[in-house]
Write a protein that binds this ligand. Structure first.
Ligand code: NAD
Length: 491
């Protein structure tokens, strides 16, 4: 029996227990056993974390220049890379994701902090030409928003936190993060690494908690200036409503039902590979999962056969084994949700080309990689499953392909597969989504904006503009003549 690790919350530069003294257990979805106990923070712990982040913002961190912050961010980048192995293993214990995927993610994460370190000392305002330039000189400055409340989901907690944290630190903000109750441990260890690398106490505080009250308190907290949320669309709407009650700024990174549009001239082997990457990697538990295959009718059978062959060869098992390609679903409620959608697809009469059931050889939370052949109005073609389930349906011409690809309230991502360069750009342009890949899938980078159209979110993460999401703009007018003016006239 392996030792059970124990994690506090991370507040003011150290791990602390919940004020109530309560704890909760974190279960490893591969072993099915408790591997860690976590501090079960409540609203009162959110209050002290927000107070700590406010004090840091108004203290040492707030007085630092962009040059100072850039230096710290560069050290953070190196520290994460040095600790990538340990942090990746914590993520695997919590979420059952593949060690090889999480190692890659953690080894790449430093790039985000080094990229945003390069922006921390370039937060420039503008001089603005005035209508009456001999009387007024005008300029703008950029000011950090203040204290950010970040709420993150259980899939890739550190990558998704980093999408917020790297730009908000570059901007000069501080942060209280509430990680998912299903994968909380790595965030605490991560905050410790950043603190040891030189991030002052209170700049990043972590509150863990089992029930919803922790996130609810953070989203509605009057001491928070902005809420940055990643999670489901249903929760995102509640978080935004709570934040708006304080007229707080909000960024929402929400769900998706992203289309992969395959034309008959595409390299079908490459497309099959992209479909595997899009919907079976990470057991399909990614917001950008390419879960809809919108395929030309003339190549549907051939492409579906290729994807089915690939799906049936996927090796499921121990996430820490380098040969494993798909781990378990991350937690029991999500497992039940995926099976519920598969039962629904059967009830609606759609064809399960492969999978569609638990993997009985492995038991636990394993679901077989699944391909469903359906029509575009099937429930499983419209709703986010967040599991290893691809739903395929056909089009006859380009107009219909675009119409079907866009027939969704979501708009996070999509792909077009074709060798025709004109069509590739035309369709990429027409797909309503924040990210479109041409003959590729599931690529993200610190310098490329990421975010959703429609019900997939508000705002953008990554890219230089992400820093703007954490800045306020101030306009300054300077009177140049030293005289008085008509007090009853504007301007
Ligand atoms: P979720 O919405 O259930 O939970 C997300 C976070 O919100 C968790 O920390 C949770 O504890 C917290 N929370 C729950 N109720 C709350 C409330 N009322 N107030 C405040 N906080 C609350 O999502 P999940 O199941 O953890 O993650 C899966 C979802 O996240 C999927 O829909 C997926 O598409 C989405 N996601 C989006 C992106 C993106 O960048 N667009 C990335 C990853 C995941």
């Amino acid at each position: 029996m392996p030792d059970i690790e124990s994690f506090g919350m991370f507040i003011d530069g150290q791990q602390v227990p919940a004020l109530s003294g309560r704890t909760f257990e974190s279960t490893n979805p591969w072993t099915g056993t408790t591997w860690a106990t976590m501090a079960d923070g409540g609203p009162e712990d959110v209050d002290r974390a927000v107070a700590s982040s406010r004090a840091a913002y108004e203290g040492e961190w707030g007085r630092m220049t962009g040059f100072d912050r850039a230096r710290i961010l560069r050290r953070v980048a190196d520290a994460i890379t040095d600790d990538a192995d340990r942090l990746a293993r914590l993520e695997v214990n919590d979420s059952g994701k593949l060690l090889r995927e999480m190692l890659g993610q953690l080894q790449g994460l430093g790039t985000w902090y080094s990229y945003f370190s390069g922006l921390a000392d370039k937060l420039e305002g503008r001089t603005v030409p005035q209508v009456n330039p001999s009387t007024y000189f005008g300029y703008t400055t950029k000011t950090p928003i203040g204290v950010v409340g970040a709420i993150t989901p259980w899939n890739s907690p550190l990558l998704l936190l980093t999408f917020k944290l790297a730009p908000l630190l570059a901007a000069g903000c501080t942060c209280v993060v509430k990680p998912s109750e299903h994968a909380p441990a790595s965030t605490v260890a991560f905050a410790e690494v950043l603190h040891a690398a030189g991030l002052p106490a209170g700049v990043l505080n972590v509150v863990t908690g089992w029930d919803r009250s922790t996130g609810e308190r953070l989203a509605s907290h009057e001491g928070v200036d902005k809420v940055a949320f990643t999670g489901s669309t249903a929760t995102g709407i509640k978080v935004a409503q709570a934040a708006v009650a304080n007229v707080n700024r909000v960024t929402l990174e929400l769900g998706g039902k992203s289309p992969q549009v395959v034309f008959p001239d595409a390299d079908l082997d490459a497309a099959a590979n992209g479909l595997v990457a899009g919907v079976f990697a990470a057991t399909g538990q990614t917001c950008m999962a390419g879960s809809r295959l919108v395929v030309h009718e003339s190549v549907r059978d051939e492409l579906v056969a290729k994807v089915v062959a690939r799906a049936e060869a996927i090796q499921q098992g121990d996430p820490t084994d380098a040969a494993t390609e798909m781990g378990p679903v991350a937690n029991q409620p999500q497992y039940e949700k995926v099976l519920g959608y598969l039962q629904g697809a059967r009830d609606e009469g759609w064809t399960i080309a492969t999978g569609g059931e638990p993997n009985a050889d492995l038991g636990g939370l394993f679901v077989k990689p699944t391909v469903v052949v359906a029509e575009h109005d099937a429930t499983i073609a419209r709703e986010e499953v967040f599991g290893p389930v691809l739903t395929a349906y056909t089009f006859t011409d380009e107009d219909e392909a675009v119409r079907l690809a866009n027939d969704t309230p979501y708009g996070l991502a999509g792909a077009v597969w074709t060798k025709d360069v004109h069509r590739a750009h035309r369709v990429a342009h027409a797909i309503k989504a924040g990210t479109v890949w041409i003959n590729a899938y599931r690529v993200v980078a610190p310098n490329m904006p990421f975010g959703g159209f429609g019900m997939s979110g508000i705002g953008r993460e990554n890219g230089s503009a992400a820093v703007e999401e954490y800045l306020e703009t101030k306009s300054v007018y300077v009177e140049l003549t030293g005289g008085t003016r008509d007090p009853f006239k504007l301007g």
